[in-house]
Design a protein around this ligand. Structure first.
Ligand code: NDP
Length: 715
């Protein structure tokens, strides 16, 4: 709109608001011009022309170009400050005040191309134009002081200063990167989510949640709702999870032993999943057409690379999961490599069968790949699970799209790199990152022919229901509450060793764990004495220390769940013999460490005996009779695994035959050689991984009838 051209001299004081408004309009025109023409192209004459006023009038209000641009910059900065103030007025707690600052600086309007380009133009001139520098310095002081004041209620004063500087730098940095990428790298919402994660992580590291009087309430951030915020301790079992980020948004993965942020991932949405499917389709056709021997060579090369990079990958897995390096350096990567080698050998021997149909015909079957399949992993063995799913799939000529658990997204990406390096055609193994929504996109995709999930029973049911709409094959590796039975004639030290392997590996986060240890009454006392003696000697601590035997649980939520169950065990009358406490001493306060717990005097109806805890909690139960213990061991909805310790050969086999479990051990526990099929019955799952059995789940049979004589048609 053209401006009124009357000069300032004609205005009396009663017209000052109008004058303000004119100045405001000129400033808006300046911002438009900066957005279109940049700093150099924006001149007084150009602004005057756009505004329909004389250059003299612009000069009258602002002096020269620098004065005009300084006023425009000041106006942008003031607008943000006003938004900060408005948001601060609506909240009361320190954490919410920090969020108010973040939400104002990274608000939607700051991500509009018009405002963003103007900000960039100003920032580019700061060092040359003293007026702009002054505005920027005042703007920065205000930001820092708002953040510092809120932080002094949460962390030590000297930390408040440095943390405020860090948050301010992150706000500027995230915004700048987004602006420089043409707003592709982040939008307002994902930028705020990233800052929220960052602040949450830093406050946790600073021990803010433990500071007296510093319990922080939920912020008034735009995410709203039933959100678990920093410093709000999850209430234990069943605590609400933070709502996951949506497609295109970012999420971070942290080291559960230290709180260190390890990386940032972007949630794959329908666009990314469809692109992965398109690429998989192209790659799979070429891959399936290769002879099995060629596919085997690629798998073997990938296995060699895994072995060569064992230490590096084990360290990454330890940092992402919190499991001790003592475990990951001998199990996680190596078992993945063994899996690739095993299925490489099967790739060369895939075969159908010949069926004799008499002199006039014969039949044969072809074992063909399914096409594109999906793998969805849990967080306890991220790399191993990715290998267990991808190796049989690839050996059979399928392409796999794999979604790791959002808590442990890192090593699957490495596996993708390794497969490519080994010669796998692009797209044949592709990792997509995300939460349940991304998993659902895979499970419901019409061009994906199978989904193999490792996860909880509830997730298994959801996946199966979703897969039904496109009639997909499913393999479900789900939870468990497995029994280990120690008879009176067992080799007691071996039985104790078995019980330890059955409970405390990976801080108890193993699906097949035998968390119900039934011990014959006549040997229970001695069994417990030997067991407790070995447990008190376990070294809990920094997972990267090769001497550490017990590392961190995967997340704060998991730790709270485990501690909640330990409390319930006590309140239901079980006797805690050892462990069951969070460890914070010795620099472990930033991680989620819980000492291995052994409960005695347990009853079958206790929640610690019935429900899957997925943590280092062993329940010991007494029994007197073989028939009785089998009945009690089977009295669960789960059926993943079971174990028996006895020196009576016939009893060992007799009991195992009656236990309702998919994977069993006699005189050992939790060893899973790749040659043996692995999987559950009842609610613990469907289908099998590993062994030749896995081939059945990644191939389909084509039956071919071949006539050797004439066609005798009765028409
Ligand atoms: P979850 O069931 O929570 O998650 C498993 C995977 O499924 C994750 O990648 C998850 O994504 C994804 N997911 C969640 N909801 C859906 C959905 N509706 N559709 C598609 N995908 C979905 O399991 P956890 O990661 O918590 O792992 C622990 C569980 O896994 C325990 O119950 C354990 O017993 C079981 N497990 C079973 C094993 C077996 O072989 N039988 C081995 C190891 C673990 P996101 O994580 O991003 O939400």
């Amino acid at each position: 709109m053209p401006l009124n051209t009357s000069s300032k001299n004609t205005l009396d004081t009663s017209l000052e608001p109008a004058e303000e408004s004119r100045r405001g309009q000129l400033i808006e025109v300046t911002i438009d011009s900066l957005a279109e023409l940049g700093y150099v192209g924006t001149t007084l004459a150009q602004i005057a022309g756009r505004a329909g006023v004389s250059p003299g009038l612009v000069a009258h209000y602002f002096g020269d170009k620098d004065g005009l641009l300084e006023a425009a910059f000041r106006s942008l900065a003031r607008r943000v400050s006003d938004h900060v103030r408005a948001r601060l007025r609506q909240v009361s707690t320190p954490r919410a005040r920090i969020q108010a600052v973040i939400d104002a600086y990274l608000a939607q309007e700051e991500f509009s191309p018009r405002t963003g380009t103007a900000w960039l133009a100003f920032w580019g001139q700061l060092l040359q134009v003293p007026g702009l520098k002054r505005v920027q310095a005042a703007y920065q002081r205000r930001t820092l002081s708002n953040l510092r004041i809120a932080l002094t209620h949460l962390v030590a004063p000297d930390e408040a200063q440095s943390l405020a500087a860090m948050i301010a730098a992150m706000i500027d940095g995230v915004w700048l990167r987004a602006a420089l990428s043409g707003w592709r790298e982040a939008d307002s919402e994902s930028a705020r989510a990233l800052l929220t994660e960052f602040v949450d992580g830093r406050l946790k590291i600073a021990g803010a949640s433990a500071a007296p009087g510093s319990r922080m309430a939920g912020s008034a951030s735009s995410t709203g709702g039933d959100v678990l915020r920093v410093g709000e301790e999850p209430s234990g079992v069943g605590s609400p999870r933070r709502p996951p980020p949506a497609a295109g948004e970012r999420f971070t993965t942290v080291n559960p032993a230290t709180g260190e942020v390890l990386g940032t991932m972007t949630v794959a949405g329908a666009g990314e999943v469809n692109a992965a499917v398109r690429e998989a389709r192209r790659g799979q056709a070429a891959w399936a057409a290769m002879p099995g021997a060629e596919r085997a060579r690629v798998l073997r090369r990938a296995a060699s690379i895994l072995r060569a990079r064992n230490q590096e990958l084990a360290e990454l897995e330890t940092r992402d999961t919190g499991k001790p390096i003592q475990e990951t350096s001998v199990v996680d990567v190596i078992s993945g490599a063994e899996c690739l080698e095993y299925f490489a050998s099967l790739a060369q021997s895939l075969a159908g069968e010949h069926i004799d149909l008499g002199a006039q015909a014969f039949g044969y079957t072809r074992r063909e790949p399914l096409g594109i399949v999906a793998g969805i992993g849990a967080w306890n063995y991220p790399l191993q699970i990715a290998c267990w799913k991808s190796a049989p799939a690839l050996a059979c000529g399928n392409a796999m799209i794999f979604k790791p658990a959002e808590l442990t997204p890192l090593t699957a990406v490495k596996l993708e790199e390794i497969y490519l390096q080994a010669g796998l055609p692009p797209g044949v193994f592709r990792v997509v990152q995300g939460f349940a929504d991304t998993g659902r996109l895979l499970t419901r995709h019409p061009d994906i022919r199978k989904v193999s999930l490792t996860g909880e029973v509830g997730t298994g049911k959801a996946v199966m229901a979703d897969a039904a709409s496109t009639l997909k094959n499913v393999t479900l590796e789900l939870g468990g509450k497995s029994p280990l039975i120690v008879f009176e004639d067992a080799h007691l030290d071996n039985a104790v060793g078995g019980a330890l392997l059955a409970n405390f590996y990976s801080s108890g986060q193993v699906c097949s764990n035998a968390t119900r240890v039934f011990v014959h009454s006549s040997v229970k006392k001695e069994f417990l004495e030997r067991l407790v003696k070995r447990v008190v000697g376990l070294k809990i601590g920094d997972p990267m220390d090769p001497k550490t035997q017990v590392g961190a649980l995967v997340s704060e939520q998991q730790m709270q769940k485990v501690l909640g169950y330990i409390e319930r065990g006590r309140s239901e009358g079980a006797r805690l013999l050892v462990g069951g406490k969070r460890v914070t001493a010795g620099g472990l306060d930033r991680g989620y460490f819980v000492t291995p717990a052994i409960f005695d005097d347990c009853r079958d109806d206790m929640s610690i005996v019935r429900e899957e805890i997925f943590g280092p909690v062993m329940s010991v139960l007494a029994f007197d009779d073989e028939r009785e213990v089998i009945e009690r061991a089977n009295a669960t909805e789960f059926g993943l695994a079971a174990g028996v310790f006895t020196n009576d050969l016939t009893r060992g086999h007799r009991v195992i035959a009656q236990l309702q479990a998919g994977t069993c051990w006699i005189n050992h526990y939790n060893v899973t050689p790749i040659e043996l099929p692995f999987g559950g019955v009842k609610m613990s799952g469907l289908g099998r991984e590993n062994g030749r059995a896995a081939i059945e789940h990644y191939t389909q049979l084509k039956s071919v009838y071949v006539a050797m004589g004439n066609v005798d048609a009765p028409y």
